[in-house]
Design a protein around this ligand. Structure first.
Ligand SMILES: *Cc1c(COP(=O)(O)O)cnc(C)c1O
Length: 431
């Protein structure tokens, strides 16, 4: 904040397509999709229209005890596109809250449905996980920079090493390792399942950790282990959902149905704050009972099921169909991989991790030893500053440069984003 006050702040006034414009009229490519939310570009005419149309009816009425047409229709659509078996939708308004809802639902589910299964109140999650900034989400997260000051507030959890292959915790190499890092997870599930309500995971890509991409088959195996040991699988698709990884949801790459799935970021195409937690009929049923049984899931927010958000989210899904967004993503993802090849050869690029339109470029001081840049070098920040000078907005995660363009970004725009990123890395780290 101290530095931000001293620097010239960037004030964004408007946007169009993949571009943002500041109050001086300068344009920037939106290399982060406005931090991972925008899908079809800014000022998409259909999204603008959907929002205005809903505004002509009502902006908001409560969802507590009532409902509204856009929320009902959206729930139906979400179930249609979600992994099979997810049958119910619980609305909230941001990703952290969608995760909180999943955690609370999991704990209450076990109490009401299988009280004999054990005091299942805790959660297993991966190190370096990020599930949001509210206290429950922080409890199942593990990024010291964000979470250290709140250690005294969080509930205890069980942690396992992530499959961060570039810096393998077991010092092995994929694929010859045969994903040996799953063994400790199985051991934890085997010995502690009676205390575990769920296993929380960002499927396929641990985004905030620096776009750590999981090896193929990892998620599928996690699903099998959760089933075997009677632990709910909670997929946090807040970052990976809505086409980011190339399929509508990351779980669909491995034909996995989680027991609970949190979605938010891309849900409204980057227009309105909206989130949901999807779950199975089995879990839904555990919350049914007579009034005096008090099986209700006591969780609600003032803006739950907001009609404006739901209306624009519905249009977001229609655009996926109309513009064949997922199909058109394939050549973009392939081109991106090709254009990133020369970037990967830069002497201070340790590894490039890429899935769909999610890219993490990990910069290292010394490539052979993978020695990281020290925090004081602020290497990510300097690369982002240089890119901004050349008309591209990036937001790095420590030493990892993140490129996460809107799904609608054109090939020439993508090419320009990579070119600016390439030269910014070269300028800052040297050739
Ligand atoms: C961004 C994010 C969240 C938190 O979402 P907010 O809307 O910022 O609260 C949770 N999980 C993952 C994986 C995220 O990327």
């Amino acid at each position: 904040m101290q530095e931000w006050e001293q620097d010239e702040p960037l004030i964004i006034e408007r946007g169009r397509g993949s571009y943002l414009f500041d109050i001086q009229g300068r344009s920037y490519l939106d290399g982060t999709s406005s931090v991972w939310v925008n899908l079809h570009g800014h000022r998409h005419p259909a999204l603008d229209r959907a929002l205005k149309r809903q505004l002509g009816k009502i902006a908001h009425s409560t969802f507590l005890g009532l409902s509204n047409p856009p929320a009902i229709e959206l729930a139906r659509e979400l179930i249609r596109i979600a992994p099979p078996g997810l049958a119910r939708v619980f609305y909230s308004d941001n990703g952290s809250t969608a995760v909180e809802v999943a955690l609370k639902m999991a704990v209450q589910y076990w109490q009401q449905r299988h009280p004999d299964a054990g005091p299942k109140r805790s959660f297993l999650h991966l190190k370096l996980a990020y599930h949001g900034d509210t206290i429950g989400a922080v409890s199942v997260g593990n990024i010291d920079l964000f979470h250290a000051p709140f250690k005294s507030l969080v509930f205890p959890t069980v942690e396992a090493d992530p499959p961060y292959c570039y810096r393998c915790p077991l010092k092995l190499t994929h694929p010859s390792c045969q994903v040996a890092c799953l063994e400790p997870i199985e051991r934890l599930l085997k010995t502690r399942h009676r205390e575990l309500a769920g296993l929380v995971i960002e499927p396929l890509v641990q985004a905030a950790a620096g776009m750590i991409t999981h090896p193929p088959g990892y998620l599928k195996r996690i699903r099998e282990l959760c089933t075997k040991y009677n632990v709910l699988l909670i997929a946090d698709e807040v970052a990976t959902g809505f086409g980011r990884t190339g399929k509508m949801f990351a779980c669909q790459h491995e034909a996995v149905t989680p027991d609970l799935m949190a979605i938010s970021k891309g849900m409204t195409g980057g227009y309105m704050p909206l989130a949901a937690t999807l779950t199975t009929e089995e879990i839904y049923k555990a919350f049914l009972g007579t009034y005096e049984e008090f099986k209700t899931f006591f969780h609600g927010h003032s803006y739950t099921g907001n009609p404006l958000g739901c209306a624009v989210a519905l249009e977001n899904l229609r655009i996926f169909r109309r513009e064949r967004t997922l199909l058109r993503l394939r050549p973009k993802s392939a081109a991106l991989a090709r254009w990133l090849e020369p970037v990967a050869r830069l002497p201070h690029v340790g590894e490039i991790r890429h899935r769909g339109l999610m890219v993490g470029i990990e910069l290292v001081r010394d490539r052979p030893t993978k020695e990281p840049y020290p925090i004081t070098a602020r290497i990510g920040h300097h690369v982002a500053t240089e890119a901004r000078r050349n008309g591209l907005l990036l937001r790095p995660l420590g030493n990892v440069i993140v490129l996460l363009p809107p799904l609608s970004t054109s090939l020439p725009e993508l090419k320009r984003m990579v070119a600016i990123t390439h030269s910014a890395i070269e300028t800052v780290t040297g050739r």
